[in-house]
Ligand binder design. Structure first.
Ligand SMILES: [Zn+2]
Length: 322
């Protein structure tokens, strides 16, 4: 089942109504994606243009540039080391190590670009460590250029290292220079992708208390009424249907979740002494706790409790800029 990237809720594809006559009558029309998420109401078509697979990210989002240092390591072996050094193992091993680590690193970073986007939003609204991408790009780019210049200078001054200490040191500088360059380029491309998502994609549901509250209350009401769901659905709304009111809402700064205090008011029928059905209003309080994606974790009868002021602290949502 497809998953909405805004609320991580599953939704079903919609089957278009089948024509009753004509040449295509009887043919099974393919199911299509609904326009908005039935759970959170976000625009699902926006994600059609933004959610991409790993191969697409590499080909169409500039991800291939992140593999350039790995290609450079191969080119350096072919055009620089092979004509100069007859070593059968040292430089091939250096090349293999540089190439392998760089490719692996690029694929690990590119594996789930949306998780970086979610992590950035999370750092804006609750207490999660922020990844300073721009700072990392700057630092690794400078380190990559410095280490590249260092091994060129090392080789130009001393030639091929002879002792084991020199070989280990040279290998460390050599491989690390390609790794730093790979990190700088891949993170820079990821940064551009996050910028584009920030402009075009609906933000995750945990950034909006109002949307999160709506999803959680819908889920809680559904859970509370599970035994009578079929009866209510079949009979439609009636005077006996419960009415709900949100009394308290509290976001959880530690994980972005939400506490909700819900009041359920309904009329309960009972037979009087003459056997006639009477009804009386009843009230029930429900305390609901849900995670930042609106998944209900705790649903229990609750009561009105005062919360201390510091627990209500919740940061304002910022923008993706430095
Ligand atoms: Zn959704």
């Amino acid at each position: 089942m497809p998953i909405c990237r805004t609320c991580r809720g599953e939704y079903s594809a919609v089957s278009p109504s089948r024509p009753s006559s004509g040449p295509s009558a009887g043919a099974t029309a393919p199911a299509t994606q609904p326009a908005v998420c039935p759970r959170c109401g976000s625009d699902l078509h926006a994600w059609d243009r933004l959610e991409i697979t790993l191969p697409d990210f590499i080909l169409w989002e500039g991800g291939i540039l992140g593999l350039m240092p790995a290609a450079l390591a191969l080119a350096a072996w072919l055009f620089f080391w092979l004509p100069r050094e007859a070593s059968l193992y040292y430089y091939p091993i250096l090349t293999f190590a540089s190439f392998g680590v760089c490719v692996l690193l690029a694929f690990v970073i590119y594996d789930d670009p949306l998780s970086w986007w979610e992590r950035w939003w999370a750092s804006q609204v609750y207490q999660v460590r922020r990844v300073p991408i721009v700072l990392l790009v700057t630092f690794t780019a400078l380190a990559g250029i410095f280490l590249s210049a260092l091994w060129v200078l090392f080789y130009a001054t001393y030639g091929k290292p002879d002792d084991w200490l020199g070989k280990v040191l040279f290998a460390f500088i050599y491989v690390l220079s390609y790794v730093c360059l790979t990190l700088a380029i891949t993170l820079a491309i990821l940064h551009q992708y996050i910028l584009r998502l920030e402009k075009c994609a609906p933000p995750p549901i945990f950034t909006s208390t109002e949307k999160l509250l709506r999803v959680v209350v819908d889920a809680a009401i559904h859970d509370i009424n599970l035994p009578g769901l079929n009866r209510r659905s079949a009979a439609g709304s009636s005077a006996l249907d419960p009415v709900y009111e949100v009394l308290q809402t509290l976001r959880i700064p530690e994980n972005g979740g939400i506490h909700v205090l819900l009041r359920e008011c309904k009329r309960v029928q009972y037979p009087d002494a003459d056997g006639k059905l009477q009804s009386k209003p009843m009230e029930m309080l429900w305390r609901v706790q849900a995670d930042r994606w609106g998944n209900v974790q705790v649903l229990r009868p609750g009561s009105l409790e005062p919360y201390s002021a510091e627990r209500r602290t919740f940061r304002e949502i910022g923008r993706y800029s430095y």
